[in-house]
Design a protein around this ligand. Structure first.
Ligand SMILES: Nc1nc2c(ncn2[C@@H]2O[C@H](COP(=O)(O)OP(=O)(O)OP(=O)(O)O)[C@@H](O)[C@H]2O)c(=O)[nH]1
Ligand SMILES: [Mg+2]
Length: 264
């Protein structure tokens, strides 16, 4: 019980069974948690239909309604921390992220990164089948984020990520504000501010073939304003989780030298 892959879903009936199979095909020893927001297309029932095939390894959390990708992941991170997983992954259900890359992300974290990012825009990374306007938007968002925050990450909106438990544990997850692309930026920003090493692993991102996109104007607006807000808040906001007396007795170890950046 070391690695947990979290996949949030909203109306992914065309993809869900095959993505579950694909993850366990490549990584039979990993565990997989699906967080479904009461998808009207019955995605959750399809997940349940697979429980018998993957006993003790496939889990489902059902929420009342569509509450956004960011809060789904926060729910999943807390679930993972409570159960003691060491390496926690974010991944989409629509095959934009190739499950074969999970192992490379894991190795990057195992070798010292606090966060491993499946990166489209680092050397060796690529995007397949996206229309030009979508690539422009995504690259523009990356450049904009780097200019405003100075965070040294080429693909800050990436949603294919592996976190070491220590990174998530150190963060005040209730203080993460955003839900869309800005959520992805904020998580990396928080990890960076807390001094964790962020390693970009090149991946090829493929546009979804089945099902519908959940991308919308609200998500873009949140990104544009959100990055400015992040920069402003970083002047006084502390992303570190406050420890209560009981937490000192738990497994939190802020002195892990291999996941801290030198000098931070
Ligand atoms: N639980 C939950 N999952 C969501 C929500 N919004 C999106 N998702 C899931 O999050 C993942 C990423 O969403 P996508 O629609 O693929 O977003 P995208 O990759 O930016 O856009 P496209 O690839 O163009 O569809 C998918 O697995 C979605 O099903 C939500 O509100 N709640
Ligand atoms: Mg997608």
């Amino acid at each position: 019980m070391e690695q947990l892959v979290i996949i949030p879903t909203y109306n992914e009936k065309e993809n869900i069974v095959s993505i579950i199979d694909a993850v366990f095909d490549v990584c039979p020893e990993y565990h997989l948690l699906i967080i479904d927001d009461n998808s009207p297309d019955g995605t959750a029932n399809l997940v349940k239909s697979q429980f018998a095939r993957y006993p003790g390894k496939l889990f489902l959390e059902q929420r009342m309604g569509k509450m956004g990708l960011g809060t789904a992941y926060i729910h999943g991170f807390k679930w993972a921390i409570e159960r003691g997983y060491q390496f926690i992954f974010e991944m989409d259900a629509d095959f934009s992220h190739n499950p074969k890359d999970l192992v490379r992300l894991y190795e990057a974290c195992k070798n010292g990164a606090g966060v491993a990012v499946g990166s489209r825009y680092t050397r060796g990374g690529a995007v397949e089948n996206w229309p030009a306007n979508r690539i422009l938007l995504s690259k523009g968002a990356s450049l904009y984020t780097r200019l405003i925050t100075w965070m040294p990450v080429m693909d800050p909106t990436a949603g294919f990520v592996c976190y070491r438990r220590e990174a998530l544990e150190a963060m005040n997850l209730d203080g993460i504000n955003f839900v869309g692309y800005a959520f992805q930026i904020e998580m990396k920003f928080a990890a960076w501010k807390l001094g964790f090493k962020i390693k970009e692993v090149p991946i090829t991102f493929v546009d979804r073939k089945l099902g519908n996109s959940k991308m919308n104007k609200g998500i873009i607006k949140e990104g544009v304003l959100g990055v400015l807000k992040l920069r402003w808040q970083s002047l006084f906001k502390n992303y570190r989780k406050k420890l209560s007396n009981t937490d000192y007795n738990s497994t939190v170890n802020f002195q892990q030298p291999d996941v801290l950046l030198e000098g931070k």
